[in-house]
Design a protein around this ligand. Structure first.
Ligand code: WTA
Length: 685
């Protein structure tokens, strides 16, 4: 039984103390005490005597579990009356209704009350060795100033502010300022092109954009303000653009631009450092974040206040075994969900010191991460397999040069981590003493769902496997071929679905709830479908086998093949884009292109042009590694491109071409195979 609603953490602490005392007297009390030491609010659960039992309860009695955690870990201005009201068959997800709170208060004010001078952010600027620290008090002040500024310029509760900034303190303060005044934020990764930014601004119906004059990454200057200028030309909703100064170079300002720094010296200083937080409902929107799906149009996933924050905080605390005083180093950009949950919201909700990494893994040299670990004394390092694979190639000396003795846990996210990279990360980076947690999750899930930890401290970790579901997560595998049958045995593979809702999951797709239902809840009624396939081992551990849809993952960045195909070029009649295994990026982009009849261009020129167009319309990372020109594409008799065949050709698995009986003209496959071989021989060193 859980403590009654309204019970304070003080009560939990004293009940916890009583149990500790009890453990010295009764053996039966000891295991329960261990659970309480591990998770204080679990002291209220009768009969839960170990971590396994706690996990069991979090699934079998998820309402009690989440209610206890939500009361203990969030500060509410009004307590919730209903733990959850969800119906997966209808895509309805609501948590903690009746509850009111403010996310920025949870991330800032409550820590300012207890430890104002604790460092909240360490900004690891692109220029090595020039890091800057911001305490919780300073971050709260910065957030309040931005909040007051936005309010003064008419930004209201329920509006959506687009943030197009590099990872920096003002970007974090802008996110939190939106949360403070009840506006939603829409952070767009600063590597996206003007067209991609404009599409996201329009879809989000933002009237306010926040950016910087220029970004700096890997020693290069990036013209972010210019990109915004181009983008907003096609965004009639945009009324104002706030411009902060990351470099000293002035940029052209237009009538709609407002210089944040001037504001800082002249007006923003006048902005009060007190900004009344809006009292938000649990299910009000906290942010939109666009991600790629299997159709051409990116989707704005919506996360709400309480459930998202709670889930980010709990996973941050337990997957990484974060403890008070640790320095948490997640090197993701704030433009992705990993940056939202594990650079900003999770760590700040837990009062952690979190690192904002502005640079690249190899700037100015391949020792950058480990130099930073030594300098900032990082305890948990969370990065992407693509970077690990890249650094592995540069050799151990770049790692060994630096003192990494502060490291306790290493994390991996975004794509499968192959065994070689996992072993290197564990053995070289972690000196064989730090657990490596391969964390599986998605923009849609809000936080980590499957990871080797938390588990008993000495529980085995299998390389390259995400392994164990987090508290409250109930994964299932469903047969993709035999009418969606639930696969109950181990040593089996299927579509990875979730059988139960959890507080961190996305609530809808902005302006398109129907697409939300169709994508995630209709494929397997009653379940949330992740879009990924997974294998469950003999021991019951999960291993992700990859996407089941037309989404590919380039260096941990999701991109829909259709998005790339949709970049139209006048010379192209049709195209098919597929992902292939790439030794560093995980997946690379391979495009098959059929030209219009009578077009006379040099293939090399057109390749260059097509690459440029993809960079311009989407982002550089989506630009094809290979473009194969073909006379035609293999199609079924009903005219559908047989991507399965193209995939096999690119993976050079001609044995695995499979059933070709539905092909319209088998000769098309032979042409594709020959063209592929020609392209490969041209590109061999
Ligand atoms: C993939 C990133 C294997 C997966 C947090 C998922 C992974 C997509 C892993 C989500 C992992 C993420 N092992 N694959 N540990 N983590 N993925 O939305 O295909 O950018 O569906 O979220 O990345 O990407 P997203």
């Amino acid at each position: 039984m859980w403590l009654p609603c309204g019970c304070t953490s003080k009560y939990v602490a004293s009940s916890f103390a009583r149990r500790i005392l009890a453990s010295h007297l009764h053996v039966s009390g000891r295991s329960r005490c261990n659970v309480a030491a591990f998770m204080p609010e679990a002291a209220g659960f009768e009969g839960v005597s170990g971590r396994a039992a706690l996990r069991e309860l979090s699934v079998s009695n998820s309402e009690s579990f989440w209610a206890a955690v939500a009361r203990h870990r969030l500060s509410w201005s009004i307590p919730f009356h209903t733990v959850q009201d969800c119906d997966l068959s209808r895509g309805k997800i609501k948590w903690f209704e009746g509850g009111k709170l403010n996310v920025s208060v949870n991330c800032l004010d409550r820590h300012v009350h207890t430890c104002p001078e604790r460092v909240a952010l360490i900004w690891e600027r692109d220029e090595r060795g020039s890091e800057m620290k911001y305490t919780y008090r300073e971050l709260l002040e910065m957030t309040c100033r931005v909040g007051n500024l936005l309010r003064r310029h008419g930004v209201k509760r329920g509006d959506c502010v687009t943030i197009y900034m590099p990872t920096c303190p003002l970007a974090v303060a802008s996110m939190l300022a939106c949360a403070r005044i009840g506006a939603a934020h829409n952070v767009v990764f600063a590597g996206f092109s003007a067209d991609a930014l404009a599409e996201r601004i329009r879809d989000a119906q933002s009237s306010t954009v926040i950016t910087v004059n220029q970004g700096v990454r890997g020693g290069k200057v990036i013209e972010l303000k210019k990109t915004v200028d181009t983008a907003v030309e096609s965004c009639p909703t945009v009324k104002q653009v706030f411009v902060a100064m990351r470099t000293d170079n002035p940029v052209t300002m237009t009538a709609r631009d407002i210089a944040m720094e001037e504001v800082r010296e002249q007006k923003m200083l006048k902005e009060d450092v007190v900004c009344e937080p809006a009292v938000m409902n649990s299910e009000d929107v906290l942010f939109l974040l666009y991600t790629s799906g299997s159709t051409g149009k990116p989707k704005g996933l919506v996360h709400t206040q309480a459930g998202y924050l709670l889930y980010a905080a709990l996973t941050h605390r337990y997957v990484f075994s974060y403890h008070d005083g640790d320095v948490f180093g997640c090197v993701a950009d704030i433009g992705w969900i990993t940056g939202h949950s594990y650079v900003v919201y999770g760590p700040l909700a837990n009062g952690a010191t979190t690192v904002l990494f502005e640079s690249t893994p190899i700037y100015p040299d391949p020792g950058r991460y480990w130099d930073m670990v030594e300098r900032l004394k990082i305890n948990q390092f969370y990065g992407a397999p693509t970077a690990i694979r890249l650094l592995l190639k540069y050799g151990d000396q770049w790692v060994n040069k630096y003192d990494r003795s502060t490291l306790k846990t290493l994390g991996s996210v975004g794509e499968p981590i192959n065994t070689e990279a996992w072993e290197w990360y564990h053995r070289v980076v972690g000196d064989g003493r730090c657990p490596v947690v391969d964390t599986w999750w998605q923009t849609e899930t809000g936080g980590i769902c499957i990871a080797p930890r938390p588990s008993d401290p000495d529980a085995e970790i299998v390389p390259g496997m995400a392994m164990r579901p987090f508290f409250g997560i109930k994964p299932v595998l469903i047969d993709t071929e035999v009418s969606g049958e639930l696969l109950t045995s181990n040593n089996t593979s299927g579509a990875l679905c979730m059988a139960q809702p959890w507080p961190g999951m996305a609530r809808t797709i902005h302006n398109n709830h129907q697409r939300f239902i169709e994508t995630y809840f209709q494929p397997y009624p009653g379940y949330f479908f992740t879009g990924d396939g997974a294998y469950r081992s003999e021991e019951g551990y999960y291993q992700i086998t990859g996407r089941l849809d037309d989404v590919i993952n380039v260096s941990g960045h999701r991109i829909g093949t259709a998005e790339i195909e949709d970049v139209v070029c006048p010379a192209v009649a049709e195209s098919a884009v597929i992902g292939y295994t790439h030794s560093i990026k995980g997946q690379g982009v391979y495009a098959f292109v059929v030209l219009k009849k009578g077009i006379d261009v040099k293939e090399a020129d057109l390749s260059r042009q097509l690459n440029g167009m993809v960079s311009e319309k989407i982002a550089k990372y989506a630009s094809p590694d290979f473009i194969q020109f073909a006379q035609r594409l293999p199609k079924t008799r009903s005219g559908k491109i047989m991507r399965r065949v193209l995939r096999k050709v690119v993976e050079s698995d001609l044995e695995g071409l499979g059933d070709l009986s539905t092909l319209d003209d088998p000769a098309a496959v032979q042409e594709i195979i020959q063209g592929h071989e020609k392209l490969l021989s041209k590109n061999r060193p």
